[in-house]
Design a protein around this ligand. Sequence first.
Ligand code: ZN
Ligand code: ZN
Length: 105
Amino acid sequence: MTTEEIRLLIANGRIDKFYNRGAWRRKSKQILKRDNNECQIHKRRGKYARARNVHHIKELKDFPEFAYDDENLEAVCIQCHNKLHPEKLERLMKKEKKFINEERW
Ligand SMILES: [Zn+2]
Ligand SMILES: [Zn+2]
């Protein structure tokens, strides 16, 4: 996928299409292997956690040109990945709150 195509997906809010592509799946497998399936953030603290995700150090939506750049990718565990993307969590929590309010009223 080209940088332009990624930009277009971002603009259309369809970035999930990027992650579902074979090219990304192959790349993320390669990065997990490179990092020995070890969470690099845990590793920097001298701890071990099994990596499940591959994180874009420079965020994909801001730097689509580094989408497949090895230097910009690292293996992370789900826990660390959630911390790296607090905006996603917040959005989820807001949704939940809204849901609770709707239930109540
Ligand atoms: Zn990430
Ligand atoms: Zn971790």
